[in-house]
Design a protein around this ligand. Structure first.
Ligand code: 3HC
Length: 700
């Protein structure tokens, strides 16, 4: 390794960029916790360090490395709301590339956005095997703004660059090496190995990424690629623009391409979509900081039990096994036991066959799971999550059993979607230890977990739920008990309004197309078909005796179920399915028209705008009632639930963020216009009326 000299500093010790060695290989260290974002101070420090090194005759090569847990994770997102300040990142990065001495990036942690762009402009890159690379700007409604769209294709080729830039996907170091984004993986001491490489490069003309040629894509293939990106973006504007910028790299010299890129970056930076996506980014982090729980210590959870290994339970067990917990899966009978074990093995086998997991990792995960019949085997568990049949008596009886078996201090969680968790907790002698952990299907994939507290749940038990969810790498939202909690309660209104639209003149495929154009991955009727119509039917039948007789009720779904159409699994539901493809069905059109006749409604053409606006108003109104009733404490809790659990487009920022943008008076007018026809339950939320009257917003 290069002999390192006494550290010299380009400023005071609090400066975020330091020169730790100068001769013959200099070491520049960026130190700006938590993630070394390129704030103005970092940009200025980096530029002056490079200029200083360029001038120093003792220095023959340079390594750029970072202190702390990661390489540079990008531009400082918190600065995006302010006017850009010099020096700008593209200029700093161009200075790195233009450096007359070889520059090597030593990457650990994440090299994202501006951080990846710094690495791209270095003359070589060494990475730790655990490092990740990516240009995730599109996830913030942006395109890379410091040469990423122009340099990446010069290193990895057009197709790979379009894929990475338009999806924002990150790649691990091994894939980065295969793509040509990284030159070497370190086998131990990253900085020493980067300094060794820099030493080897002394006297060799630096290979500047910006000077490399890039092969153009065939015009037909290029436009097909952009069309594919547009389709997948579902209304988000940044991915297409990013792909188009990458294509320019084949035709334009670096600086011209970068000028076009910068123009687009600045334009998008002040766009509504980017503001919404930035809100989504910070809300996802803020949601875990629950007021009142800041100083509460969670209980230690290592051993987890999952009761019931149906679709939900098996996904939950896999989520815990993936996060390194010791998991015991319990079924009540031998036959259910075998089926559950097969289901879990199948989840892992599918991941191996799709290349997402190696068989060695699958075997390791499977070995962290054990299976038993009967609850007594759960005696040593710190946390038990039940995912048994959705029936109050079944759950209460299970909780009574668990109460008799578990050690004091164990946490008892239910995955119920609708039942009153307070009543389940009352079946035990320790209601303070009971909470809801409401996962979403497939539980090992979906990020959202509703952490449902009752009036009796102890703060440390809620904090434990949050800590566990974080370890599972989920996005937890704390809420109180109500029918459907946050997400399913709002979804119920969404579905009801969608059915009213059918009765008034729309068809399922029209409502679905409108909501897919809105940005949801699937419309409400296609989602129902995927989930299966029978479970909701059983619930409706259960609740029928208590339904308000004045409630506006559309019975098309009941009739579909009576006809044995339970959705995709039976080949027909709101659609019919041929080779897995959904097709509108005249039978359903007939049922919908009959429903209109029964209600004596003259069917009319309903525009896409009306469909979208009515459904959005229904969602916002119910969300506001949830806030009014203090089921959640903050608007961001609702927005996070809707974005992470139900596919509300993140580029709209969630329903309440979007409502602020549209104007609460406008939304209130829409709610008021519908309320008389839609009847009980559709009255405007008090909080919406109050805010609209005073000009207040959900987000100040
Ligand atoms: N700017 C400002 N703050 C940032 C940040 C950024 N780029 N990235 C992360 N942070 C903050 C987070 O808000 C969080 O703050 P908090 O503790 O106050 O909540 C803290 O850093 C830690 O972040 P995480 O909780 O997310 O920590 P993780 O370890 O889970 O994840 C990460 C680390 C993978 C780096 C993740 O934070 C991440 O993905 N960050 C965003 C990366 C990104 O989008 N970069 C592109 C920025 S745009 C850009 O670079 C434009 C350029 O092309 C010009």
């Amino acid at each position: 390794m290069t002999s390192s000299q006494t550290p010299t500093r380009s400023g005071e010790s609090s400066e975020p960029v330091r020169i730790l060695a100068t001769s013959p290989v200099a070491l520049i260290e960026i130190d700006n916790p938590p993630v070394n974002a390129t704030s103005q101070a970092v940009r200025a420090g980096l530029l002056s360090a490079i200029q200083e090194i360029d001038r120093n005759p003792q220095t023959e090569a340079v390594v750029i490395a970072c202190a702390g847990r990661t390489f540079v994770a990008g531009a400082d997102i918190r600065e995006f709301g302010q006017p850009p300040r010099e020096p700008h990142l593209p200029d700093v990065i161009n200075a790195i590339e233009a450096c007359l001495k070889p520059v090597v990036a030593a990457v650990h942690g994440s090299a994202l956005g501006g951080g990846c762009e710094i690495a791209l402009a270095c003359h070589a890159r060494v990475a730790e095997p655990g490092a990740t690379f990516g240009l995730p700007e599109v996830r913030l409604g942006l395109v890379p703004g410091a040469g990423g769209t122009q340099r990446l294709p010069r290193l990895v080729g057009m197709e790979a660059a379009i894929d990475l830039v338009s999806t924002g996907r990150t790649v691990k170091a091994a894939e980065a090496l295969r793509l040509g984004l990284v030159d070497r993986l370190s086998s131990g001491d990253l900085r020493a190995e980067a300094m060794d490489l820099a030493q080897e490069m002394i006297g060799v003309q630096p290979a500047r990424t910006g000077e490399r040629p890039v092969a153009a894509m065939d015009a037909h293939a290029a436009s097909a690629k952009v069309a594919e990106v547009r389709k997948k973006a579902r209304g988000a504007e940044a991915p297409c623009k990013a792909a188009e910028l990458v294509l320019l790299a084949a035709d334009l010299p670096l600086l011209e391409g970068m000028a076009r890129e910068r123009e687009t970056f600045l334009e998008l930076r002040s766009s509504e979509q980017s503001a919404a996506l930035r809100h989504a980014f910070f809300a996802e982090r803020e949601v875990t900081r629950v007021p009142g729980l800041e100083k509460v210590e969670p209980r230690s959870i290592q051993k987890v039990g999952v009761v019931g290994a149906g679709t939900m339970g098996s996904g939950i067990a896999v989520a815990f096994a993936d996060a390194g917990f010791d998991v015991k899966v319990v079924e009540t009978s031998e036959s259910a036991f075998a089926a559950g074990q097969a289901r879990i093995t199948d989840i892992y086998d599918k991941q191996v066959s799709s290349g997402r997991l190696t068989s060695a990792v699958r075997d390791e995960r499977l070995s962290s799971l054990s299976y038993e019949v009967g609850t007594p085997s759960l005696a040593d568990r710190d946390l038990v999550v039940e995912a048994v049949f959705e029936d109050m008596e079944v759950k209460r009886s299970l909780f009574r059993d668990l109460d008799g078996v578990l050690a004091p201090g164990a946490v008892l969680a239910t995955n119920t979607s609708y039942l009153d968790i307070g009543l389940i907790a009352d079946a035990t002698a320790r209601p303070a230890d009971v909470l809801g952990l409401h996962f979403f299907s497939p539980a090992n994939v979906m990020k959202l977990v509703e952490i449902v507290k009752t009036d009796a749940t102890a703060p440390e038990v809620i904090a434990t739920g949050l800590a566990v969810a974080k370890r599972l790498r989920k996005v937890p939202v704390v809420c109180r008990v109500c029918d459907g909690f946050v997400g399913n309660r709002i979804l119920a209104r969404y579905r009801q309004q969608a059915e009213y639209l059918l009765e008034e003149g729309a068809l399922p495929q029209e409502v679905d197309a409108a909501m897919e154009a809105f940005g949801f991955p699937m419309g409400p009727f296609a989602v129902s078909d995927l989930a299966g119509l029978d479970i909701a039917w059983a619930r409706r039948k259960r609740l029928a005796p208590t339904r308000d007789p004045h409630e506006r009720y559309v019975d098309v779904a009941d009739r579909l179920c009576e006809a044995g159409r339970f959705g995709r699994k039976t080949g027909a539901g709101w659609y019919r399915y041929t080779a897995g493809k959904r097709e509108p069905d005249p039978f359903v059109t007939g049922l919908v028209e009959e429903a209109s006749q029964r209600r004596k409604v003259l069917r009319r053409t309903i525009s896409v705008d009306e469909i979208q606006a009515r459904i959005r108003a229904a969602i916002v109104n119910e969300a506001c009632k949830i806030l009014d009733e203090r089921i959640v404490e903050r608007p961001l809790d609702v927005d996070v639930v809707m974005m992470h659990g139900y596919g509300y487009p993140a580029w709209r920022g969630g329903p309440l963020f979007e409502a602020d943008r549209i104007g609460l008076k406008v939304i209130l007018d829409q709610v008021n216009e519908r309320a008389p026809q839609d009847g009980p339950g559709w009255e405007p939320a008090a909080g919406l009326v109050r805010r609209a009257a005073s000009g207040a917003r959900f987000y100040p």
